[in-house]
Design a protein around this ligand. Structure first.
Ligand code: C2E
Ligand code: MG
Ligand code: MG
Ligand code: MG
Length: 283
């Protein structure tokens, strides 16, 4: 009897797996069609100097809205493209678009772009990124690549090699979602980065939760000692910004300063954010 139940459970289970596989394959086909039809877009979220709200750069965030499936979150379709082996193609499409948009911004503004974990185990990554930048005509010094601690873990040596190659041509590397990965602080000792992005999980609790405040304090102190810039992610409230400024954090990003917007809207936002210093220089 128990044997029979066991078998029926296995049947149900394998049906679920088959169903999931079918759904993933459907999603894959829709995504491939969207890439070909140029339906995958890039939106941009401002990264600001906390002291005065000056826009320093934008993070590119992939967006895909399918007529039937609706809005598919980037986490979902990026992972799918990785699993199904066409993340390189998707990255090329996205970085090309993002770079073309960045070319229209003032030259001192930078573009931040997320690298996926699959790209940190691929020895061709630095070459292909550079080739895309060359073709787009974007100075590598205006590009920052965001990588996560977890993504570096599957092959730390290869990840290190890629990071070193990218930094050699002037591309900056930011450690994204800092504090939530499974890696140890040792990662920070062994690797050379330029920036650390403190995960939203800490920022959202900073005014309510003592441990989060202490963790942010510790990250800021550590990064200062290591000459790493720090960006606080996911700032939504004025009180959070005030607290971060008080703790000495200089850069931030979040809905308080701006949600991700379409490429065509970035110039308007930049104009509205126009620098007080430049205005003085012109006058
Ligand atoms: P991420 O790189 O950590 O990006 C930050 C995420 O937080 C974005 O979600 C952004 O829209 C959201 N966010 C920013 N400020 C706030 C805030 O104040 N409050 C809240 N609640 N959320 C905020 P999104 O766009 O859904 O992206 C999710 C993740 O998908 C990204 O996390 C990144 O890991 C990945 N992703 C997005 N675009 C790309 C891409 O072009 N390539 C790769 N490889 N990954 C991407
Ligand atoms: Mg990011
Ligand atoms: Mg992040
Ligand atoms: Mg994230």
């Amino acid at each position: 009897r128990s044997k029979r139940r066991g078998r029926s459970q296995i049947t149900v289970y394998s049906q679920e797996i088959a169903e999931e596989f079918r759904r993933a394959t459907e999603l894959e086909q829709a995504l491939r069609r969207a890439i070909i039809a140029d339906d995958v877009a890039v939106h941009f979220q401002p990264i600001v100097r906390l002291a005065d709200g000056q826009i320093m750069g934008f993070e590119a965030l992939a967006r895909w809205h399918d007529a039937e499936l609706g809005f598919v979150p980037p986490n979902v379709f990026i992972t799918l493209a990785e699993e199904r082996g066409f993340i390189d193609l998707l990255t090329e499409v996205l970085l090309k678009k993002a770079a073309a948009t960045a070319l229209r911004w003032p030259e001192d503004m930078y573009l931040s772009f997320n690298l996926s974990s699959a790209q940190l185990v691929d020895p061709m990554t630095s070459l292909s990124i550079l080739a895309i930048l060359n073709r787009a005509g974007l100075d590598p010094r205006r590009l920052e690549l965001e990588i996560t601690e977890t993504a570096m873990m599957s092959d730390p040596d290869m990840a290190q090699k890629i990071v070193t190659e990218l930094r050699a041509v002037g591309i900056k590397i930011a450690l994204d979602d800092f504090g939530t990965g499974q890696s140890s602080l040792g990662r920070l000792r062994d690797f050379t980065f330029d920036k650390v992005k403190i995960d939203r999980a800490f920022v959202s609790e900073i005014t309510r939760d003592r441990p989060s405040e202490h963790i942010i304090k510790a990250i800021l102190a550590m990064c200062e000692g290591m000459d790493l810039a720090v960006i606080a992610e996911g700032i939504e409230e004025v009180e959070q910004a005030a607290k971060l400024i008080q703790l000495g954090c200089r850069l931030g990003q979040g809905y308080l300063y701006g949600k991700p917007i379409k490429a065509s809207d970035t110039l308007r936002l930049i104009a509205a954010n126009a620098r007080p210093l430049e205005a003085i220089a012109i006058a």
